[in-house]
Design a protein around this ligand. Sequence first.
Ligand code: SAH
Length: 247
Amino acid sequence: MTGKVYLVGSGPGDPELLTVKATHLLEEADVVLHDKLPGPEILGLIPEEKREDVGKRAGGEWTPQEYTNKRLVELAEEGKTVVRLKGGDPFVFGRGGEEAEHLAANGIEFEYVPGITSAIAGAGVAGIPVTHRDHASSVSFVTGHEDPTKEESAVNWEALAATGGTIVVFMGVGKLPEYTKALREAGMDPETPVALVERATWPDMQVATGTLDTIVDVRDAEGIEPPAITVIGDVAGTREEVLEFLQ
Ligand code: SAH
């Protein structure tokens, strides 16, 4: 009998933010395919013999997506209950869509198990609501991985600047100088508040704040590194008002 694959979101990293369903599935699974993003605490809950790391390999090389796709099918065909564990939510910059398509194309039954995305939780634990009646009526999730100066860039920074809403950038530590510049050039106020939240809900979480103008220097001074989200918009400025009482 063919097994089943569960595309499971782990949430941002605090094990208490795993869903009840994710917790049960981690117990029931024969194999858990994961990378580093679920974080040390959640990965620590999974017995070593069940774990298969399909993230960065020794030497800094990424496991090719084709390998992960193939492995998921292979394990299911062996009759295994497979959890593909992903940081945050599997369908938010998690390649869950690609894996779902591959499984469907190979006739493998799968289930999507939502997780709390770092875009919302990462901002929130830093004291930043991604929407707020007085400050932002929309929120956009975008990748910061692409070079905004590239002609064929899939992210339209100009259009984003025009929304007036909150922008949450994933994978955006390295290209921070490029896209903050693109947003300023698109007419966004250089004083717009910006927050960087690194390892949200992990024991060593770090938050750094500045403006569209200063955030690159802040990043360098505070040593912010991936994984981190960038929260851009007036909501990032409300943090100061709640910080004293934020646990
Ligand atoms: N599926 C994930 C996103 C995967 S893309 C989600 O829904 O959250 C990888 C990017 O996610 C990282 O580069 C970083 O921008 C963000 N990220 C994931 N977990 C994070 C965390 N705990 N703290 C801050 N950023 C995080």
